[in-house]
Design a protein around this ligand. Sequence first.
Ligand code: KG4
Ligand code: ZN
Length: 358
Amino acid sequence: MSRSLVLAIESSCDETGIAVIEDGRRIVSNVVASQVALHAPSGGIVPEVAARAHLRWIVPVLDEAWLDAGITWPDVSAIAVTHGPGLAGSLLVGINFAKALSWVHDVPLIGINHLEGHVYAAWLHDAAAADTEDERGDPVFPLVALVVSGGHTFLVEMRDHLTYRLLGSTVDDAAGEAFDKVGRLFGLSYPGGPAIGRAAEGATARDRVFPRAWLGDSFDFSFSGLKTAARRIVTEARADAGLTDDPTAPLPEPIVAELAWGFQDAVVDVLATKTIRAARAGGARSIVLGGGVAANTLLRARIADAADELGIPLIVPRPSLCTDNGAMIGAAGARRFAAGERARLDLDARPSLPLAAR
Ligand code: KG4
Ligand code: ZN
């Protein structure tokens, strides 16, 4: 049987990612050009700058992914490209590139929802991973998936492939957005998520408690109150440290570590508690975690412990497959290709494309 290779292209936000995926799960090559350093000075993504950077990097990223994979065009069964949600200008770079390749090489094109990619990263097997991830089994249905990224935070139930029921989502900020904004308040570098995670590891005191928004029994999330609380807690901490008169003076490192721990604990507590409650309520047989915030060590550990108690497996990709990459788009693309889906050459960017309805 000839192998099925999908060339996958991701450019929805600030990473240009291109991967070659075999049989929907094996990573043949996966190259990501990150724009983190480019956006760090402004403390957030500048859409116009992001789109231009995709344009600059997309050809070199393809060249590298192609060389790594050692393939030729007749080997490629389909081209999968993220068509939403994301930044319109950034999406259009990937979409137009994919269309040109599809037309020139006469290879079918498939449009993929970026959020579906984050979920399908859980099906990737990665021979390059040095740990046991390659040994783990596939997610089993029904499952509950928590997707937590810079732009999205939601829980979905999947009873089969490619079908989603929305259980809950954020009513305001995404979890990653909260990490990024609060990281800035703490004086940490961009992006705030990894910086807060690292700072929290050094916490010796854990006395500052941040509020949790439980929103009753719902599976919805809210992080904007936490951001406001963080602002107040930082002001108090600065006063305690005698820094009120000097707004430019950084908070001492041990205090930043304590604040980072308290904030991270609050976000992780709500995310983990609701995920486990949803899994229990729906009789889930596995839990999937995806999106950039799923790279967070505490979140992974808390949900892993709780899933263990429930007696069901947690499937969470290694951190570099949780943040944006082409491989996850290839995993979803292969699944949709096998289901007979094809996009036409008028495929357009859909900046607000949803994944699921309630
Ligand atoms: O999925 P992603 O790469 O891009 C989007 O689709 O948004 O997610 C990026 C987000 C950022 O907000 C970043 O701060 C957060 O993921 N993030 C983390 C960690 N690594 C990345 N948040 C918490 N802990 C981390 N280790
Ligand atoms: Zn993402």
